[in-house]
Design a protein. Structure first.
Length: 94
């Protein structure tokens, strides 16, 4: 099966294509891709993963063509960032 592995940092995005056998899991595909060697900071015990933007467990079975995504931890409240990005005097929408 052909599987895509996606991981993004603020300044670098990586997309890897890997071949995995039928019955492979999310964890199998990640390990097969070699991405853990490229990004040693990835901690699969702490970081969430997903398939096509839906959270998944490491032991979730994959289907041909799936895209596995490794998510970075959120380091600040997205609402706070949005408020800081708004121009002075503009009100926040509910």
């Amino acid at each position: 099966m052909k599987i895509g592995i996606a991981y993004a940092q603020p300044n670098r995005q990586v997309w890897l294509n890997v071949e995995v056998p039928e019955g492979a899991t999310v964890k199998d595909a990640i390990e097969c891709s070699g991405i853990l060697k490229q990004f040693p900071e990835i901690d699969l015990e702490q970081q969430k993963v997903g398939i096509f933007s839906k959270l998944a467990k490491l032991d979730a079975a994959l289907e041909d063509g799936d895209r596995v995504e490794i998510y970075r931890p959120i380091i600040c409240d997205p609402k706070t960032v949005r408020r800081k990005a708004k121009p002075e005097g503009e009100e926040e929408e509910a």
